[in-house]
Design a protein around this ligand. Structure first.
Ligand SMILES: Nc1nc2c(c(=O)[nH]1)N[C@H]1C(S)=C(S)[C@@H](COP(=O)(O)O)O[C@H]1N2
Ligand SMILES: [Mo]
Length: 264
C-alpha cells in the first residue's frame, strides 16, 4: 500500500476531510486476521472483549476487513439469474405498531422519513421524495448470522443522496443513526455512509418492498451481516457520538453482544 494513498473524499457538505488509510489502519497488528469474522456465531469473540464500536475486537475486525476490501471496495454483485426464488422474511415481519399499521393501510402515502441532527437542512422526506432521488439497483447476497443467505435485487436511494437532500452533513458528523418502527437502531460510520452500495431500498426484485422485508424502506449495507440491514426505517439522524443511544455500543445488535462492525 503506498504511503500517499488516501480514502476517497466525497463532498458531505461543510468541510470534506482526507483521512489517510494508513492512519485508519495504523492500529492493526498482524493478529488482526485471527479475529476476522464472518457472520457465523462461532466466530464471535468472547464477551470479555465484546464492546460495540469501542471494543478492540471491532477495531481489529473492521480494520482487517477494510484492508482486505481496499482493492475491491464493492460487495459482489450477481446476475438476475442468481436471484433466489424465495427470499426469506426474518425477524420482525409486520410491526404491530399502531401508527405503522395506519400508514400501511394508506399505502404509505403519509409516511415520512425525518432526517435530522448534524445536517445543514433537517427535513422530512416522503416515499415519493426518496424515489425522486438518484437511485441505485444492485443484486447482492444477504448473509444472516443465523445461518442462511439469499440473493436479491434491491433498488433505493444511496444514503449519501439522502444526506445531500438535507444539504449535506455539518462538521462533527461521525455516524448516521437509523431508527426502526420496531425499536431497533444502528449507527453506521461515514465510511459505510458514503459507500455506493449503502442504499435505502424501496424496491426488491423489481416490486415494491414487501411488508415482510421491511416496507416501505430498509437499509442495505451490503458488506455487513443481515442484522445490520435494518427494516421498517422510521428516522435517520446524524450525530457525533453514539454514547447516548441504548447502551452506547453503537447499535442494538452490539448492545446485545453482537459485533458492531459485522463484516461479511
Ligand atoms: N427492524 C428490523 N430490522 C431487521 C430485523 C428485525 O427484526 N427488525 N432483523 C434483521 C435480521 S437478523 C435479518 S437476517 C434481516 C432479514 O431481512 P429479511 O426479512 O428481508 O429476510 O433483517 C434485519 N433487519
Ligand atoms: Mo439475521
Amino acid at each position: 500500500m503506498s504511503k500517499t494513498k488516501t480514502m476517497p473524499t466525497l463532498d458531505l457538505g461543510a468541510r470534506p476531510r482526507r483521512v489517510s488509510r494508513r492512519a485508519l489502519l495504523s492500529s492493526v497488528p498482524a493478529l488482526g486476521g485471527l479475529l476476522l469474522t464472518g457472520c457465523s456465531r462461532d466466530t464471535f469473540v468472547p464477551p470479555m472483549v465484546r464492546g460495540g464500536l469501542i471494543g478492540i475486537a471491532d477495531v481489529l475486525t473492521m480494520s482487517t476487513n477494510r484492508l482486505l476490501l481496499s482493492g475491491q471496495p464493492l460487495a459482489r454483485e450477481y446476475q438476475p439469474s442468481d436471484i433466489a426464488p424465495d427470499f426469506p422474511t426474518w425477524g420482525q415481519t409486520n410491526p404491530r405498531d399502531e401508527k405503522y399499521q395506519r400508514l400501511l393501510r394508506a399505502g404509505f402515502a403519509d409516511w415520512r422519513l425525518p432526517v435530522s441532527g448534524l445536517v445543514e437542512r433537517p427535513l422530512s422526506l416522503s416515499l415519493d421524495d426518496i424515489k425522486r432521488l438518484p437511485s441505485r439497483t444492485q443484486i447482492t447476497a444477504h448473509v444472516c448470522e443465523q445461518g442462511w443467505s439469499a440473493i436479491a435485487q434491491w433498488t433505493g436511494a444511496p444514503l449519501l443522496q439522502v444526506l445531500n437532500a438535507a444539504g449535506g452533513v455539518t462538521s462533527g458528523a461521525r455516524y448516521v443513526v437509523l431508527d426502526t418502527v420496531d425499536g431497533w437502531y444502528e449507527g453506521i460510520d461515514m465510511f459505510e455512509v458514503v459507500h455506493p452500495q449503502t442504499i435505502l431500498a424501496y424496491r426488491m426484485n423489481g416490486d415494491d418492498l414487501p411488508i415482510g422485508n421491511g416496507a416501505p424502506l430498509r437499509l442495505r449495507l451490503e458488506r455487513q451481516c443481515g442484522y445490520k440491514n435494518l427494516k421498517f426505517l422510521k428516522s435517520i439522524q446524524v450525530v457525533d457520538s453514539m454514547a447516548d443511544f441504548g447502551k452506547g455500543t453503537g447499535g442494538i445488535n452490539s448492545d446485545w453482544g453482537f459485533h458492531w462492525y459485522a463484516g461479511v
